[in-house]
Design a protein. Structure first.
Length: 171
């Protein structure tokens, strides 16, 4: 007896299967990053509007830790430093110390896309000696902690590369 042949081409089945796997991997990566945002400690969280206000007043150092490609595509908080965490760890820490004028007790507020990376980074910076690290856990694009810097309509500046790391403090 002959088996009935499927009318769907084998290549289409393979393509759809590959796409399904890609979607599952992407969803898994998104969930993995966002689990950190959900675990953010309430005592270290500062909302985006307050972080901007305090950075403009010189009360905190606001640092955007996203990848250069992210900084370029969506801009950097106007009141924040652009210091990517995606570089050599010693260089990253040296740039953070420089932004804090060498004062490891100075409040530093970290922001990323959705709060996942900043929540992950907090305990590592504390182990490195930074004693007052805050988390803008809503990030640039929003998270369970808030709608995000951009949706609040807070000011951003263009990132022009490594030479444009310092904030604009114009009020």
């Amino acid at each position: 007896m002959r088996q009935a042949r499927s009318k769907v081409p084998r290549s289409m089945i393979m393509t759809l299967g590959g796409l399904a796997m890609l979607v599952l991997v992407a969803l898994g990566a998104w969930a993995w990053l966002n689990r950190y945002a959900a675990e953010a400690s309430p005592e270290t969280i500062v909302d985006a509007a307050m972080a901007h206000k305090r950075a403009r007043a010189g009360e905190i150092v606001l640092v955007d830790v996203r990848r250069p490609s992210e900084l370029k595509s969506s801009g950097v908080p106007a009141s924040g430093h652009a210091i990517t965490m995606h570089q050599d760890g010693a260089q990253f820490l040296a740039k953070l110390r420089q932004a804090a004028a060498g004062n490891l007790a100075r409040p530093i507020a970290l922001i990323c896309a959705t709060g996942g990376r900043t929540t992950w980074l907090l305990p590592h910076l504390q182990k490195a000696g930074f004693t007052n690290v805050l988390n803008v856990a809503e990030g640039m694009f929003g998270s369970p902690h808030g709608k995000g810097w951009l949706k609040h309509g807070l000011p951003v500046r263009r990132w022009l590369g490594p030479q444009s790391t310092s904030p604009e403090l114009a009020k």
